[in-house]
Design a protein around this ligand. Structure first.
Ligand SMILES: Cc1cc2nc3c(=O)[nH]c(=O)nc-3n(C[C@H](O)[C@H](O)[C@H](O)COP(=O)(O)O)c2cc1C
Length: 176
């Protein structure tokens, strides 16, 4: 089997940055999800899926869902990238929401991404604008961490990406 591959889906570049750092560290191949061919990906010993989080969904997991059975021989890891600071409860809920049934056992890791409304597509900017209005009216105590982060980052250009977020992933890969 071939050594390892990173398959990523990134709208605005933060997830790609993490995917590039993983490539640097591991020497694995790197492919953007839209160019990934399932029958080729399944030939790798290790597959790391990296996807941005948009409206509580981890991008690109449909590829994994469709091809999970084909990849039964591969070690699979998921890295998701969002605007929220890391929060254990929110992360557990995100995992439960996104990785169900036969994906439940896959180790999932988190990297904090970036936020730049000026770089967003019109649709994303509009959606985030609507979200901000909803969140602003909420009781702060009932807001999810990513909602608070969204309000704090509003109108700013934030980049929270940091290589240290990858440490738990690398440790898990070594011990697996
Ligand atoms: C439409 C939209 C929805 C988002 N929803 C979430 C969310 O639910 N949770 C979160 O933590 N971040 C959310 N974000 C922030 C992104 O996850 C963050 O910007 C991340 O860096 C995106 O990765 P990318 O730069 O690879 O596209 C959202 C961003 C956009 C544009």
């Amino acid at each position: 089997m071939k050594k390892g591959i990173i398959v990523y889906r990134s709208r605005y570049g933060a997830t790609k940055k993490y995917a590039d750092w993983i490539k640097e560290e591991t020497g694995f191949d790197l492919v953007e999800m839209k160019n990934a061919v399932a029958d080729e990906v399944m030939q790798y010993d290790t597959v790391i899926f990296c996807g941005g989080i948009y409206a509580s969904g981890i991008a690109g997991l449909s590829f994994l869902r469709k091809n999970r059975r084909k990849q039964s021989e591969s070690r699979i890891f998921v890295l998701c990238v969002g605007a929220s600071p890391y929060d254990e409860k929110a992360f557990r809920e995100l995992k439960e929401h996104n990785l169900k049934e036969d994906l439940k056992e896959i180790p999932v890791f988190y990297g904090r991404g970036a936020w730049d409304e000026s770089a967003m597509t019109f649709i994303d900017r509009t959606m985030c604008g609507m979200l901000k209005k909803v969140v602003a009216k909420k009781d702060p105590a009932s807001c999810e961490p990513w909602m608070k982060a969204l309000l704090e980052a509003s109108g700013k250009n934030c980049d929270w990406t940091d290589k240290s977020y990858l440490k738990p992933l690398f440790e898990c890969m070594e011990n697996d």
